[in-house]
Design a protein around this ligand. Structure first.
Ligand code: UN1
Length: 481
């Protein structure tokens, strides 16, 4: 076996087994990053049992203890952003600058939630009955299953694990199989922060084995999941059936409206950034560019020109703007959507980008379609690749209607100078997040993250609103003794 073997972290110890999975660099398939132990169902059970035992003590720790642990984790991440960014870029294919920025975001998320440990306040009501006191407490819910995707392998685990611990819960963390390197580095940092045994557990492995145990175990009180809508719905049905809590962040098919009065440079920048950066592998990516008649021709021309300049290459090469697709499976999905779009009668407006690589990897040129039928697969499905569709519409009303015509409702964007239309759009966009004169992706890390329709279910992530998932209310009436 080439490379090091990285174990799981269960019940306060690093444990390995015979089953390990190779982590391969998508920019260079000859580069094996390491081998990562695959937890068995029995090991996952053990992690959950230990997390359940640890909960009875961790829930009652002083906020100061939780602050110090999370702050220490945040400081170490920030001190090691270059190493973390390099691992992320090497295993996922995000460019080095995007990956380092994500590591930075992960460090600050721990710092943010360190301070949230102090703010876990309740409410006091005046009782309707004389001599009775009435308080609403917020209590941690227990063991939280954290199931995360491959596209943000550091920021998303950070924004789920940090609040879980800050509010007094214990954690069983199952990262996506494709990106164990980031998960392992984060877990190593968390493991050295002095948390009591069992408060945090890492169980790398498949959804069928590890994920299944987490979702169905009666001692897992809630699951926070980010991933595709079909998987989220399946997990959600199991969690509902046994009455567990859930926070599900799923797909997107995000629209970016460009109106006649838009600043054309800004519109092209937002569309390129939102559609193609991070190789289009963001649930907040803009995959539907909805453009009004007056600016349509100019926009498509300028967009096609700008696409020719994009430098696609090895994620860690200094001048790369767009790295490879993260996996062979995703590359095949992208290719099949391109073929399907052609079958469905769409016009390939641009398939470009300067791909200059010497190593074998999952490279795919940014792709733009026009004349897309509104009911076709590229118009409706979340592809998760650097593929965007342009829709021509007569006016703002038609643009808004097209934007809202989707099964998803995550991030909705508009580029215009018209304040009245901005206001109308903000109120009528069927989405959890609205971006004005900005790309649809790239959210502030301290703000809530949320969607509507098929995109999200349960309380928002991040920011103060995530407390709704990570704690439960207890309403206390106290009379005179
Ligand atoms: C962002 O655009 O800032 O999986 C983050 C995803 C999202 C995170 C997007 N949950 O792409």
């Amino acid at each position: 076996m080439n490379g090091q073997l990285f174990p799981n972290f269960i019940a306060g110890s690093w444990v390995t087994n015979n089953d390990a999975k190779a982590n391969i660099n998508p920019s260079d398939l000859n580069d094996t990053i390491g081998h990562y132990a695959q937890a068995s169902g029995a090991q996952t059970n053990e992690a959950i049992e230990c997390a359940a035992t640890a909960f009875s003590k961790w829930r009652d720790t002083s906020p100061l203890v939780r602050f110090e642990a999370l702050d220490k984790i945040g400081s170490e991440i920030l001190a090691r952003v270059d190493e973390l960014g390099d691992m992320l870029s090497r295993e996922e294919g995000k460019t080095l600058s995007e990956a380092t920025a994500e590591a930075h975001r992960a460090g600050h998320l721990f710092k943010y939630f360190a301070a949230e440990a102090y703010r876990a306040t309740g409410e006091m009501y005046q009782s309707l009955r004389e001599g009775v006191s009435l308080n609403v407490l917020r209590e941690p819910i227990g063991v939280i299953g954290v199931i995360t995707p491959w596209n943000f392998p550091q920021a998303i685990p950070a924004w789920k694990i940090a609040p879980a611990l800050a509010y007094g819960n214990t954690v069983v963390f199952k990262p996506a199989e494709l990106v164990p390197g980031s998960a392992w580095l984060l877990s190593d940092i968390i493991a050295r922060a002095g948390l009591p045994e069992g408060v945090f557990n890492l169980v790398m492995g498949t959804g069928a084995e590890v994920g299944e145990v987490i979702v169905s175990h009666p001692k897992v009180s809630g699951v926070t999941f980010t991933g595709s809508t079909p998987v989220g719905r399946k997990i959600g049905a199991s969690l509902f059936a046994r009455g567990a809590k859930m926070q599900l962040e799923m797909g997107g098919k995000n629209p970016l409206i460009i109106l006649d009065d838009a600043n054309l440079d800004l519109a092209v920048h937002c569309a390129i950034q939102g559609s193609f950066f991070s190789t289009g592998q963001r649930c907040t990516a803009s995959s539907r560019l909805i453009v009004t008649d007056g600016i349509y021709e100019n926009f498509v021309d300028r967009m096609s020109e700008a696409m020719k300049e994009l430098r696609v290459g090895d994620a860690r090469a200094p001048d790369t703007q767009i790295g490879p697709v993260a996996s062979e499976a995703q590359l095949e999905i992208n290719k099949s959507y391109v073929s399907q779009a052609e079958v469905d009668g769409a016009t390939l407006a641009s398939r470009s980008g300067q791909i200059d690589v010497k190593s074998p990897g999952y490279y795919f040129a940014p792709t733009l379609f026009t004349e897309v039928s509104p009911q076709s697969a590229i118009a409706r499905d979340e592809i998760f690749g650097p593929i965007a569709a342009v829709f021509r519409v007569p006016d703002f009303d038609a643009a808004l209607e097209t934007a809202n015509d989707a099964d998803f409702g995550l991030s909705s964007g508009i580029v215009t100078q018209d304040a009245v239309k901005i206001d109308y759009f903000t109120r009528n966009a069927e989405a959890g997040m609205v971006q004005v004169n900005l790309p649809t992706a790239g959210m502030d890390f301290h703000a809530p993250f949320t969607g509507r329709k098929g995109s999200s279910y349960g309380a928002p992530e991040k920011g103060s609103l995530c407390r709704e998932f990570f704690t439960a209310a207890k309403v206390v009436h106290k009379g005179r003794g």
